[in-house]
Design a binder for this molecule. Structure first.
Ligand code: 3H9
Length: 697
């Protein structure tokens, strides 16, 4: 028998313990071991029941995702589950930790299910671009009904044990050791002569309006298709005999396995975990931190302070005056009230944070004991230099000094201190207590343990941390400014901001670039354009000044009620601002440009080509270490659709040669902007992909 499964006999009950750390994924060896374990129990004279239990953190985290895309090795999971269910013995699943995907499907193939109260179950296959493929869509609705079953599968959410018990997924909740619980429960079932109870033999649930459910799910999923296909599989569970329903589920599962969406989402799953795993930081210990200083209590500073407080860190926030300090405290209190409302903290924690863990001060000396200080003041180098000089004066030796700048030169900031090795960038995204992305900006002199501490802080705050090198805008904002320029060029040439937003939202972005600009504030882009013009624009660069006029008229987007859109009817209404097109038309006329029509396909193609080309430069220059670092930056900070994996994964799937050909074509009109990235040319010439670079590490 496989060493992944331990077999033990306790009276007339056999216990199969799964040992496949870290999360008991159902790899081939586990599947084979379970199959052999069932054979052995059935052949073991006197055994009348079997308990399946996981060792370590979980029952099962599901199918082994690393096997996807490779040839299937028997036994396959649906066959194993059918085999468990068909056993003449009573089979009990004793669950703890998570039972996800194929893991829950194994439990549903058992005749009874017991779980500890902290257990969680779910069918998260939609997050991998799939549907449950081992009977989950056929068995779960027989226990829960269609509506609850579809909710679980189309959201992929983790369902707590108590809710799962109420839904009929778990039979018994019991505190204690899972193996002992399972054994006692199996014994009780035998004592009571409980029948074998196969879910597949239960009546199918009542039908619903399948087409309406399919369409509604598709509309909710913003371009992702797998949630809607859960509906069709569940429909089969109602309309077909069990074995036929299982076949229908399997067909949909395999069809989805062939899609780019599946490939993109699995890339996202592994990249999200790989992004904080930097080879250069292997074995480098982070510095200890417990007390965080935050300088500046505006939206960003208050958000950073909130994130730290919610993670149990002590925070001292510095503001310029008592009045500004009070405003900062109110912002933090409002953020915390939201967390309280959503049940993320208890009323006692809320009161303790505001009463004790947070202190708001007006003098630098109060930061003397801080382990790590994050500056979030006005984006101006002279202001930052003053702040860092003060920090250098008061902070204890070994304290880490971080700047939340979104584009300024970290090396220049570090050079103003006597301890440049302790300085790094920690670039949060607004609202900082909500957005998952953190760029850890490593300067030329940043010490390795300081970089490691940046990642440790990100982990503590629940962020996806990406290593970035120093350049204007780091990874995310540098790429953003390039694809925004591509969008502005399309506007000069004839597209409208509304056509561009619509095309990119149809592509899967949470919001189009102009809606995003309105949300972030048009003053940000205005300031950047002014700075770049002051630094001197290259004479070959095309300039678009129409948006400056919007700002000069006092329209900064949502916060002033008008930007590209008019928000008089609320932020969701998205009514185009009638002043915008005349400004654009005037600029086209001033530049002597004749507008032409742009289809949504061309809009997406140009926008994405600009994004990928700049991203390839960012990787080629070492600003991002790996393509996956860019992918995760765009996914977690810029609303890039997860089901496309990230811009560089998307580029691989579209084909790098086709993309380079597009870029060369665009370069014929504007060779300055569309200069192909050397890395992209190199990958095409050598027949490699961005993902090949990820694998090289
Ligand atoms: C499925 O079941 C299909 C079936 O319906 C049909 C089949 C025919 N496989 O996240 P963590 C690794 S689809 C392989 O850092 P946490 C993970 O990569 C599957 N590896 O820990 C990481 O490796 P490393 C449906 C897996 O405590 C390590 O385990 N199931 C798998 O934050 C620790 O993971 C899912 O979609 C796997 N299934 O979270 C569940 N799962 O250390 C996916 C994890 O080398 N998994 N690994 O970086 C999760 O949601 C989380 O990992 C979990 C633990 C909640 C389990």
């Amino acid at each position: 028998m496989s060493d992944k499964i331990a077999y033990a006999r306790h009276g007339d009950v056999a216990v199969l313990t799964v040992k496949n750390p870290p999360v008991n994924a159902l790899s081939q060896a586990v599947r084979q071991g379970l199959w052999d374990g069932m054979d052995r129990a059935e052949a073991d004279a006197g055994v009348r029941a079997v308990v399946i239990v996981g060792e370590g953190r979980a029952f099962f985290a599901g199918a082994d995702i690393t096997e996807f895309g490779k040839p299937l090795v028997e036994p396959n999971l649906p066959a194993l589950i059918n085999r468990i269910e068909a056993s003449p013995l009573i089979v009990v699943a004793s669950m703890h930790g998570v039972s996800l995907g194929g893991g829950l499907e194994v439990a549903l193939g058992c005749h009874y299910r017991i779980a500890v109260p902290s257990a969680r179950v779910g069918l998260p296959e939609v997050h991998l671009g799939l549907i449950p493929g081992a009977g989950g869509t056929q068995r779960l609705p027989r226990l829960t009904g269609v509506e609850a079953g579809l909710d679980v599968m189309t959201t992929g959410r983790h369902v707590g044990a108590s809710e799962a018990h109420d839904l009929g997924i778990i039979d018994v909740l019991q505190d204690g050791d899972p193996a002992e619980n399972g054994l006692a429960y199996a014994q009780k079932l035998l004592d009571e002569s409980a029948p074998r109870r196969a879910v597949s033999e239960m009546d199918p649930p009542a039908p619903v309006d399948w087409d309406a459910a399919f369409e509604a799910t598709l509309a909710r999923s913003k371009g992702q298709i797998s949630p809607a296909w859960c509906v069709r599989a569940v429909q089969a569970s109602v309309e077909k005999p069990f074995a036929e329903g299982l076949k229908a589920e399997r067909q949909i599962f395999f069809d989805l396995m062939q899609t780019d969406q599946r490939e993109g989402m699995i890339h996202a799953f592994f990249s999200e975990r790989a992004v904080g795993n930097l080879p250069e930081l292997k074995g480098v210990a982070a510095r200890e931190f417990d007390h965080i200083g935050v300088i500046g209590g505006g939206t960003m500073g208050a958000g950073i302070a909130t994130a730290a407080l919610l993670s149990g860190l002590r925070v001292t926030l510095l503001e310029m005056s008592a009045e500004a300090g009070e405003a900062a405290r109110s912002r933090i209190a409002a953020n915390l009230a939201g967390s309280l409302k959503r049940g993320k903290i208890s009323p006692a924690q809320h009161d303790q944070i505001l009463g004790e863990t947070l202190s708001v001060v007006t003098g630098y000396d109060a930061l003397a004991g801080a382990d790590l200080v994050i500056e979030a003041v006005f984006e101006d180098m002279d202001v930052k230099k003053v702040v860092f000089a003060e920090l250098d004066r008061v902070c204890k030796p070994g304290a880490i000094l971080a700047s939340n700048t979104s584009y300024l030169d970290i090396d220049a900031i570090a050079a103003t201190t006597s301890r440049p090795g302790d300085v790094l960038g920690l670039h949060f995204f607004s609202p900082a207590h909500v957005m998952k992305l953190l760029e850890v900006v490593v300067g030329a002199l940043t010490a390795p343990d300081v970089a490691a501490t940046g990642f440790a802080l990100g982990k503590r705050l629940g962020k996806v941390s990406v290593r970035a090198g120093v350049c204007d805008g780091f990874i995310g904002n540098r790429i953003l400014s390039t694809y925004r320029i591509a969008a502005d060029h399309m506007i000069l040439d004839g597209a409208s901001p509304y056509e561009i937003d619509a095309a990119l939202e149809a592509f899967g972005f949470a919001m189009g670039p102009f809606a995003v600009a309105d949300l972030a504030g048009l003053d940000i882009g205005y300031a950047v354009r002014k700075r770049k013009r002051m630094e001197g624009l290259d004479p070959r660069a095309r300039d678009a000044a129409y948006a400056d006029k919007l700002c000069e008229d006092g329209h900064f987007g949502q916060k002033t009620g008008k930007g590209y859109y008019d928000y008089a009817a609320g932020s969701k209404a998205r009514v185009p601002n009638p002043d915008v097109m005349p400004l654009i038309e005037a600029e086209r006329a001033a530049q002597g440009l004749k507008p032409r029509a742009f289809g949504s396909e061309e809009i997406v193609r140009r926008y994405m080509a600009a994004m990928v080309n700049e991203a390839a430069k960012v990787v080629g220059e070492g600003i991002a270490r790996r393509p996956l670092d860019v992918d995760m930056t765009l996914l977690f900070g810029y609303g890039f659709p997860r089901y496309r994996g990230g811009p560089l994964k998307w580029a691989d799937m579209v084909g790098l040669d086709a993309l380079l050909a597009d870029i060369k074509g665009y370069a014929e009109e504007d060779p300055y902007f569309w200069e192909p990235a050397p890395l992209l040319k190199d990958l095409v010439a050598t027949g490699r992909t961005f993902d090949d670079l990820n694998k090289e590490g």
